[in-house]
Design a protein around this ligand. Structure first.
Ligand code: GLC
Length: 412
């Protein structure tokens, strides 16, 4: 069976559709995999990007389900529980109880990387339904206004996340430091996160109480890069609708991009680092992860691109037999721990490869792009569409199989 057909089979297999007794409306979405059966924000955006090429109708419907739970202040949750399963009530799955929104039981109180601008552009390009687009653009605008108003407490143009899960890269080692896990033990990180969630739960997830505590106020490179990319994409979509708005988005994109360079670039290491807030100070976390490389997707001046490529192609860092690992090999915190669920500590993921591939294309690095694409497709050929892979031998270990966003490989 060709790759495209296999990808569609995975998406079809994870398709959920019906009426939600929880939220009392119809839903349609693709679950991440057969085990994680709820709707996740950035997973949905990736599915929409793939499906807009093969099943635009599904892409529109998944987007509609996602936007249907948007709150009055523009917030869209990282997770929607359309329907409970018995499994959700087993102790192992109880984490959702602490992350649950204080007023609406069927969504979480967190956000995830704002890939939604890119998702909207993908559907728009594949299937021009301009009449339907306007209300959606307004909803998405509200969402970005929410990020700007509520998630940038120091008003520097960079969005702060309040839990590692909001980065989409749950146990990535750049989060060890703000949580004082100096020995990089992923077990201790998990414990610290759990304790933090308990505090947030008690505070009913009120941002005005959470931010002043500065338990975890992190400006992540990946999250902010994706924010910039979405603003840029929205600017392109608005062009056909309202030129003034389009210019506004374009200018905002440039502002965010420039702030990422100004605040996150580390000249000595030649890479981008996120930072956390503690006692009124901003402290960079100098750990090289996949997040540090994501700004290659932006229109950066050449000298930054060259230095990022030096890291990508360095066999001691990111160019492993199956690139690109989520953490550089020569970092103390490098896992990759494929046989645990301590994710994002060195395994290779298809969604981040998709971003880096886009960046390489943007900067005309065709040869490296081709090499990365071949390696990525090789992983899929050998092991199928998995959640993550070992960067040395490709084995997925305890990764979920038939993982929906890994179908991005088909549109690399
Ligand atoms: C894990 C990943 C996150 C993803 C979720 C569902 O929590 O870290 O990025 O959205 O699983 O696939």
């Amino acid at each position: 069976m060709d790759l495209e057909k296999r990808a569609l089979k995975v998406l079809e297999g994870n398709k959920k559709e019906g009426y939600s007794p929880n939220l009392q409306r119809s839903y349609f979405y693709i679950a991440p995999d057969p085990i994680h059966h709820h709707q996740w924000f950035w997973d949905s955006c990736f599915h929409i990007i793939v499906m807009s090429q093969f099943r635009p109708e599904w892409a529109w419907r998944e987007l509609a389900s996602l936007l249907s739970v948007q709150q009055a202040d523009g917030f869209i949750p990282h997770l929607i529980f359309w329907k409970w399963r018995i499994l959700d009530f087993l102790p192992f799955f109880w984490w959702w109880k602490r992350e649950r929104h204080p007023r609406i039981k069927f969504i979480t109180a967190e956000i995830q990387p704002p890939v939604i601008g890119l998702a909207l552009e993908a559907i728009h390009q594949a299937d021009h339904k301009t009449a339907d687009l306007f209300p959606i653009l307004l909803k998405v605008e509200q969402y970005f206004n929410y990020l700007k108003k509520k998630r940038d407490p120091d008003r520097d143009g960079l969005i702060s996340i309040i839990t590692p899960m909001e980065s989409g890269m749950d146990f990535a080692p750049q989060f060890d430091i703000p949580l004082d896990v100096i020995d990089h033990s992923p077990r201790r990180l998990k414990q610290k996160i759990n304790r933090m969630l308990e505090v947030y739960h008690r505070l009913e997830w009120k941002l005005e109480e959470i931010f002043p505590l500065a338990i975890f106020d992190f400006e992540d490179v990946g999250f902010n890069t994706i924010h910039a990319l979405s603003l840029e994409a929205l600017g392109r979509i608005w062009k056909g609708v309202d030129a003034k708005k389009a210019r506004g988005y374009e200018e905002e994109y440039q502002r965010v991009r420039d702030t990422i360079i100004e605040k996150m670039w580390d000249e000595e290491d030649g890479i981008f680092y996120g930072c956390y807030h503690r006692e009124g100070k901003e402290i960079p976390v100098r750990i090289k992860t996949i997040s540090s490389l994501l700004p290659i997707t932006l229109d950066l001046p050449k000298r930054y691109v060259t230095r990022l490529i030096d890291h990508i192609t360095d066999e001691e860092e990111f160019w492993l037999p199956y690139p690109i690992p989520s953490v550089a090999k020569n970092e103390k915190a490098f896992g990759p721990l494929t046989n645990t669920r301590r994710i994002w500590r060195g395994t290779t993921w298809i969604n981040t490869n998709w971003f880096i591939a886009k960046g390489l294309l943007r900067h005309g690095e065709i040869e490296l792009y081709q090499r990365l694409k071949r390696k990525t497709l090789d992983l899929i050929e050998r092991f199928g569409f998995c959640e993550f892979y070992d960067p040395f031998d490709g084995h997925p270990g305890r990764a979920e199989r038939n993982f929906s966003w890994s179908t991005l490989a088909v549109i690399l």
